[in-house]
Design a protein around this ligand. Structure first.
Ligand code: ATP
Ligand code: MG
Length: 427
């Protein structure tokens, strides 16, 4: 494989080997590098051990000629990445005055008081002949070292710092190398987000049209927010872009109203955008989710324009007193019923003077289920300007999953209610 198109990744830290830290750095770097036509051909994890680090780097240099390390750049005694790798290049360490000044300034700016501890001064030690990768998101600088065998880039372990340094400092260098090495292919992905439809039902819609798009691969990614569909193409950048765009258009067409967004779109943000476009104010009434729905909505910046508030109506007395649910409804149908959900949604909309009310009532488990209403039974209702629709569903998963899925489902009912794609068939 030509140099510049392949890289090895070495993640460093005892915590990784013990399983307390999950290697999200590796996943991030693999995705980002693939997007510019560089692949990670091998991933190695080693502990905080000078011999193990040096061994892994030496092998990677001989085998692939390029390696990125993460972790062990900090100032404490368990951080030994820099001197171990310097030794592989036969270089000593020197103290960099500019880095030291920057560390002192940073210390002062953070208001810790006193002078920079000795321990931190070590962060200004760099291998002879190294290039510095500036850290704008933390204190430990990154290092680039190379000789006739190839190059090694050392990034911090803390994911936020690692990502910043990679994007700002390392990626441009790697791109340059890849271009010089003649790397022409990219890996391009886009994700279409669906919810409230089963993976198999989605496949029934998609399979008949899949033959139109043999130039992309399709992954079904089910998780609690719904089923994400990731389309990936490899090859020439323009060709890949065309293939992915065309496949995404087909997916959107066949999945129709089940699609709520793309990429990292959050359903709560999608719903608030719809509310904003319609000038609609929202209120929520939650039983089994205990505030998760309000939490999802208020997590979105700008929600204060549209979200009025809500009632956590856990006890039946609160459903009656704060929402106006009829005692007779509770007696006849129970707290977890479409009838109660309807009155909760209508009640909160009326009492908060909103255009839209949303409600959730269900049995999250593990206890509280019955034959007629097993654990995971959830009823949601939306009242859009007086038009009330309620549905009942059986959720799978443990307590936390039922609560998360119910919240997502309530948001989806509201999305469908606002876009006129909500089925009104009785649940
Ligand atoms: P510091 O200056 O904070 O010591 P460092 O560059 O020395 O940073 P480490 O000490 O190896 O990095 O790791 C710091 C933290 O970063 C770890 O506690 C862990 O939470 C996280 N981390 C390290 N490696 C990874 C990785 N491969 N994937 C995800 N997180 C990681
Ligand atoms: Mg450390």
């Amino acid at each position: 494989m030509a140099m510049g198109t392949a890289v090895e990744l070495i993640t460093i830290g005892d915590e990784l080997l013990l399983g307390f830290t999950i290697d999200t750095n590796g996943a991030f770097l693999a995705r980002e590098l693939a997007a510019v036509g560089v692949s990670i051909v091998r991933r190695t994890s080693v502990g905080d051990d000078a011999t193990a680090i040096a061994g892994a780097v030496r092998e990677a240099l001989e085998r692939t000629g390029a390696a990125i390390t993460t972790g062990g750049l900090g100032p404490t005694s368990d951080d030994m990445t820099k001197p171990s790798i310097a030794a592989v290049f036969g270089r000593g360490m020197r103290r960099d005055e500019a880095i030291l000044e920057a560390l002192r300034a940073r210390w002062k700016a953070r208001g810790w008081g006193g002078t920079l501890p000795r321990t931190n001064e070590q962060q200004a030690d760099v291998p002879e002949g190294a290039s510095i990768l500036t850290n704008r998101h933390g204190s430990a600088p990154g290092i680039w070292l190379e000789d006739e065998r190839g190059w090694v880039a050392m990034l911090p372990g803390v994911p936020r710092e690692m990502r910043g340094m990679f994007t700002e400092e390392l990626l441009p260098r790697v791109r340059e190398r890849a271009a010089a090495g003649g790397a022409a292919t990219v890996v391009l992905s886009r994700t279409v987000r669906t919810t409230s439809i089963a993976e198999s039902a989605l496949a029934d819609l998609i399979t008949p049209v899949a033959s139109r798009h043999t130039d992309v691969s399709l992954a079904y990614l089910p998780h609690w927010p719904g089923v994400d569909l990731r389309v990936t193409a490899r090859g020439d950048a323009r060709e890949a872009e065309r293939a992915v765009t065309s496949a995404v258009a087909t997916l959107r067409e066949v999945a129709g109203a089940h699609v709520y967004g793309e990429g990292n779109d959050d359903l709560a943000a999608v719903v608030l955008d719809l509310c904003r476009a319609q000038g609609a104010q929202v209120a929520v009434a939650e039983s089994c989710t205990g505030g998760l729905l309000g939490g999802r909505l208020t997590a979105i910046p700008g929600s204060s324009d549209l979200f009025r508030g809500g009632v956590i109506a856990y006890h039946n007395a609160v459903k009656v007193e704060a929402l106006g649910v009829a005692e007779a409804t509770l007696a006849a149908h129970g707290a977890v019923s479409v009838e109660t959900a309807r009155e909760m949604a209508a009640g909160v909309r009326a009492r908060f003077g909103c255009d839209v009310g949303v409600s959730i009532t269900g049995i999250a488990g593990p206890g509280g289920g019955s034959e007629e209403k097993p654990v995971g039974t959830v009823c949601c209702a939306v009242d859009v300007r007086g038009d009330v629709v309620a549905h009942r569903r059986q959720m799978v998963g443990d307590r936390e999953e039922v609560r998360q899925r119910s919240t997502q489902w309530a948001l989806d009912l509201l999305r469908r209610g606002l876009t006129g794609s909500l089925s009104k068939r009785p649940a």
